[in-house]
Design a protein around this ligand. Sequence first.
Ligand SMILES: *Cc1c(COP(=O)(O)O)cnc(C)c1O
Length: 421
Amino acid sequence: MDFFRYQNGELYAENVAVSKIAADYGTPLYIYSKATLLRHVEAFKQAFAGRNGLICYAVKANSNLAILQLLSKQNIGFDIVSGGELARVMAAGADPSKVIFSGVAKTEEEITMALEAGILCFNVESAMELDRINTVAGRLGKVAPISFRINPNVDAHTHPYISTGLKENKFGIPVETAFDEYLRAEKMEHVKIVGLDFHIGSQLTEISPYIDAIRALKKLIRQLYAAGIKLHHLDIGGGLGVTYSQEAPPLPNELINAAYEELADLFEDVGELQIVVEPGRSIVANAGIFVYKVEFTKDNLGKNFAIVDAGMNDNIRPSLYSAFMNIITVIENPESELKLYDVVGPVCETGDFQGKNRQLRIQQGDLLAMRGSGAYCASMGSQYNSRPKCVEVLVDDEQVHVIRERETYADLWAKEKLLAE
Ligand SMILES: *Cc1c(COP(=O)(O)O)cnc(C)c1O
């Protein structure tokens, strides 16, 4: 459910006409709905009602400071994957004791920074990383709270680029060697074992891969407890899918209920663990739309193109993952003929498209809106083809707040240096 709706043939973001926002701030632009964002957070909170859960929003999905600030005010935590993301969440007012640090290549500088901030947990993804964390913590005279990211070798049934829980993926440590790593960590002076985690992929539209993973890891948890290693939390990762087209992904409470059901026998034996989730997409994707303008239409011998002012630098998802994202007209245009279009951008790459074979009634100058654009769109933006990054606004009822200004041309080379003559 979101708050982007048509009223009298015109698309609104909450209570502001999208065409009005586009006129005021130009295109291309990202528009987020505050009410939608908060509603999605609430769905996760309700799923945990009366239970010991922690929601850690995955920052990489959308790392805009204002969004992080809004989420941090909801008292949720964050899942970060870099020092930059740690700096961002701190700048947005996050409580570091609710921050989890994932990622396969944590540097000494990043580990130092996280230890100094006092984060909740490092999700350790390799044996060497464990050694590095122990060394860095020792140097600082600290004890690092750690969890191992276990690769349960389950198929998440999603796009190969966003599947992370198979043994051929680079993520986590194999379930087969995890026990030995826990034993090794247990003996280290500067790490403290607090959890176990997995994250098997993104845009998951069924519960069964999560349950397969939990089932595989329950055995390991029992083995750990038998060896005297106790855990504070079990982190089941993010990955819950959203509706881009016809998908019908499970709701947060369906996922959480199923997880607790699968864990009931384990909790009976070892006591209840805190359950951590790391949702990104399911919180922000449908809280955002991407709006752009039709610059030209052209008919190349029967193939119709809608050439828009938005490129793969602004939204790379269609090019990178062959992602389907719904494209709709901002103001319905019943007079224009219904045609099949490839919606393409200005970037000089054949892979620069926003959508293929879309039935649209459009003409030059019309605005298009791409739904589900709150996650992995603006945060993946680049300046390729020297295109300044676009403006982002957040709508709150009748108010529009700019949360990232459109970059200027001078921003493009702000960090570059001319050679001395
Ligand atoms: C990307 C990522 C997430 C978030 O995934 P979504 O599909 O956006 O929910 C959570 N945890 C880790 C470790 C990730 O890399």
